[in-house]
Design a protein around this ligand. Structure first.
Ligand SMILES: NC(=O)C1=CN([C@@H]2O[C@H](COP(=O)(O)OP(=O)(O)OC[C@H]3O[C@@H](n4cnc5c(N)ncnc54)[C@H](OP(=O)(O)O)[C@@H]3O)[C@@H](O)[C@H]2O)C=CC1
Ligand SMILES: C[C@H]1O[C@H](OP(=O)(O)OP(=O)(O)OC[C@H]2O[C@@H](n3cnc4c(=O)[nH]c(N)nc43)[C@H](O)[C@@H]2O)[C@@H](O)[C@@H](O)C1=O
Length: 317
């Protein structure tokens, strides 16, 4: 690996991909490649194969996926399963065929069984049933992990999978139907504050617990995996700290300055009760997050305000 290595960042315009691109550029990596989904549809096997044969990347970072919050995952099970399998299969297979030396696959904490012991260790994979609201996405991600593991086992290549906890930050998706909880809360509390501190309606009971990692810390973990050959095939990436959705709401209410009422819509799903990551393996190797939750929310809220007329909204159908 050198600063001149050809590094293809699939999904370089997304929340995570754009943070990886920024950090690699700042570190002096000069040969970064990125294409939008309209320039290269990663579901198209032939187009992906041609792209790899032409560009011959040394390294591939897979930050491209169909991504969404609990409602989107629950509403579009076929797309979350099929599109994610297509994207990752095309990328991984083309990488193997074109001698890509390092492949970094991004999964998700939802790959672990719904009622697994907490905190979640990497070894709990495939030991019990998944959370129904996102099992389709989780099955696709598990397939990606296993495909990289098979290549590592059979061909001794550095194909590694990182499992991020719930992520948030600059360039997040603020569409209230498809987003994750944290950007949804920022938008809801901000808009309610602007509307005479009207009540804010949140989903579920507020009792589930979630762990949140700021996107720049996630990007740093990817660069750590890029610059080091990690000894195993699967690593959790998170803070190791979680909180209830109700406590998250109160924190975001404070950061945004909303002073109205919070209501809970029990018709919306809670999802898994808890999914706290055991991040001791990454800590032992030398990576640790830097941004604490309140600081990360504050940065994200400032970014939201600066981009209020053109923040990202991801529509699905
Ligand atoms: N956000 C989160 O909380 C979490 C995310 N992850 C994982 O991290 C990774 C990055 O997620 P995140 O940055 O949040 O997601 P985003 O939705 O912000 O970005 C995903 C990117 O994937 C690209 N993409 C999607 N479909 C295609 C396609 N058919 N062809 C080409 N490109 C495509 C999009 O490109 P374009 O913009 O050009 O359309 C988009 O920029 C994903 O693997 C996700 O599963 C894991 C855990 C939590
Ligand atoms: C990263 C992870 O993201 C998804 O899982 P999730 O963590 O359940 O997703 P979420 O962020 O959308 O919700 C977290 C919690 O928050 C509650 N909640 C309250 N109010 C709002 C709200 O306004 N919007 C949303 N989206 N949730 C809300 C919501 O009811 C739930 O209890 C996976 O599908 C999968 O994609 C995955 O891997």
């Amino acid at each position: 690996m050198s600063k001149e290595s050809v590094i293809y960042i699939a999904g370089h315009r997304g929340m995570v991909g754009s943070a990886i691109w920024r950090q690699l550029s700042e570190k002096g990596y000069t040969n970064l490649i990125g294409l939008t989904s309209s320039e290269l549809d990663l579901k198209d096997q032939k187009a992906v194969a041609e792209f790899f044969e032409t560009k011959k990347p040394d390294v591939v970072i897979d930050a491209a996926a169909k991504v969404g919050g609990i409602l989107a995952n629950n509403s579009y099970p076929y797309q979350f399963l099929m599109e994610n399998m297509q994207i990752q299969n095309n990328l991984i297979d083309a990488s193997l065929k074109n001698d890509v030396e390092k492949f970094i696959f991004l999964g998700s904490s939802c790959i672990y069984p719904k009622l697994a012991p907490q905190p979640l260790k990497e070894e709990y994979l495939l030991t019990d049933s998944l959370e129904p609201t996102n099992e389709w996405y989780a099955v696709a991600k598990i397939t990606g992990i296993k495909t990289c593991e098979a290549i590592r086992k059979q061909f001794d290549k550095d194909y590694v999978s990182l499992m991020p906890t719930n992520l948030y930050g600059t360039h997040d998706n603020f569409d209230l139907n498809t987003s994750h909880v944290l950007p949804a809360m920022i938008r809801k509390f901000h808009e309610a504050k602007e509307n005479d501190n009207a009540p804010v309606t949140l989903w579920g009971s507020g009792t589930p617990m979630r762990e949140f990692l700021f996107v720049d810390d996630m990007a740093a973990s990817v660069i750590f995996a890029l610059e080091n050959r990690l000894p195993e095939h699967l690593y959790n990436v998170g803070t190791g700290v979680d909180l209830t959705i109700r406590d998250l709401a109160e924190l975001i209410q404070k950061v945004t300055g909303h002073t109205g009422e919070i209501l809970w819509d029990a018709e919306k799903p809670d999802g898994t009760p808890r999914k706290l990551m055991d991040v001791s393996k990454m800590h032992e190797l030398g990576w640790k997050h830097k941004v604490d939750l309140e600081a990360g929310i504050t940065k994200t809220y400032h970014w939201f305000l600066e981009n209020i007329n053109n923040f990202k909204e991801v529509k699905m159908s």
